[in-house]
Design a protein around this ligand. Structure first.
Ligand SMILES: [Zn+2]
Length: 319
């Protein structure tokens, strides 16, 4: 029976380029429909209102001046109906990137950055591009709930969006395959898709975005790609973090310069910093020798002079 089903599925996909429901399963989170192309979706998720971070939600839902909107919608990338204007934010909002339960952070993919966040030839690049090969596993960087997992016509291709307990959402675009269904819980490091080259993309890569109430934040403000960790467990969200001067409509641009970005490959981002803890009797020339560097380089890296007395126990940067 399974073989026949497989053949029928294969035949259908091969000749019709379409998808149809193969099976439906009742789960605690709703009815799961499994499609012929092995994607699936949850039809209903009774009782979930999209709020994973009560404090942030309460902070904004009561503020009638800001009037920020954030809903739970599996069909659209942006749930604010494009009305959130983060440049109106007067206060600083503290986000704890990892509480005791959801503290873990995992790089979505361990590759180097080929294109950074920022302005490119009249357009905004709302995330960073990470080099990968089609089929490489892409992981959710924090725990949360999958808000969106489907094809996107706006240029993202196959796109997964995860809403996190810390108040942020992350976007994973151009995937070759979706490995999660909307409304399902994910933990940091769970595989959510396979890397690819779908949508407005020329060359396999992961386009990764971090957003707060739909507005993009430079992922490298939060994440240190070299150390593969968050820079700080505390993120202070204020209007300056949202690209001063950018129009709110720029937040929703899905246009990228991917072809160009992949062509200008920057050097791999790796940590080259190295430190040496000073012991009793050490001299600068010995330290330089041990670490295959020069005295003047050590002085330059640490802002010291050759004549400076160095305390025992001090960490000197040697590379
Ligand atoms: Zn990109």
């Amino acid at each position: 029976m399974k073989k026949i089903l497989f053949l029928v599925t294969f035949f259908y996909q091969f000749f019709a380029f379409g998808q149809f429901a193969l099976d439906t399963i009742e789960t605690s989170q709703g009815r799961m429909i499994i499609y012929s192309d092995r994607t699936w979706e949850l039809v209903s998720d009774i009782g979930f209102d999209g709020v994973l971070n009560e404090q942030i939600y309460n902070r904004f839902s009561n503020d009638t001046l800001l009037n920020f909107v954030q809903t739970w919608d599996n069909e659209v990338c942006f749930t604010s109906e494009k009305v959130n204007d983060l440049s109106k934010l007067k206060d600083t909002v503290w986000l704890c990137l990892g509480d005791s339960i959801h503290s873990k952070f995992i790089m979505p993919f361990d590759g180097y950055v080929t294109s950074r966040y920022g302005y490119r030839k009249g357009r905004y690049h709302n995330g960073i591009d990470i080099n990968l090969n089609t089929g490489d596993t892409v992981r959710s960087c924090w725990s949360g709930k999958v808000r969106y997992a489907k094809w996107n016509d706006g240029g993202f291709g196959n796109l997964v969006i995860v809403r996190h307990y810390n108040g942020l959402e992350t976007f994973y675009a151009h995937l070759s395959k979706l490995m999660v269904a909307p409304n399902t819980e994910v933990k940091a490091g769970d595989v959510i898709g396979l890397g690819g080259n779908t949508g407005r993309s020329r060359g396999s890569h992961l386009h990764f975005e971090v957003r707060f109430y739909d507005a993009p934040i430079n992922p490298e403000e939060i994440i240190d790609v070299a150390t593969k960790n968050v820079k700080d467990q505390n993120l202070f969200v204020h209007k300056g973090i949202f690209r001063p001067g950018a129009k709110p409509t720029d937040y929703y641009s899905t246009s990228d310069e991917h072809g160009e970005a992949v062509a200008i490959v920057t050097k791999p981002v790796t940590s080259t910093k190295k430190y040496y803890k000073v012991k009793a009797g050490d001299t600068l020339s010995e330290i330089a020798g041990k670490n295959r560097t020069t005295i003047s380089k050590i002085c330059q890296l640490n802002g010291i002079r050759q004549t400076t007395t160095i305390q025992i126990g001090r960490s000197l940067r040697v590379k």
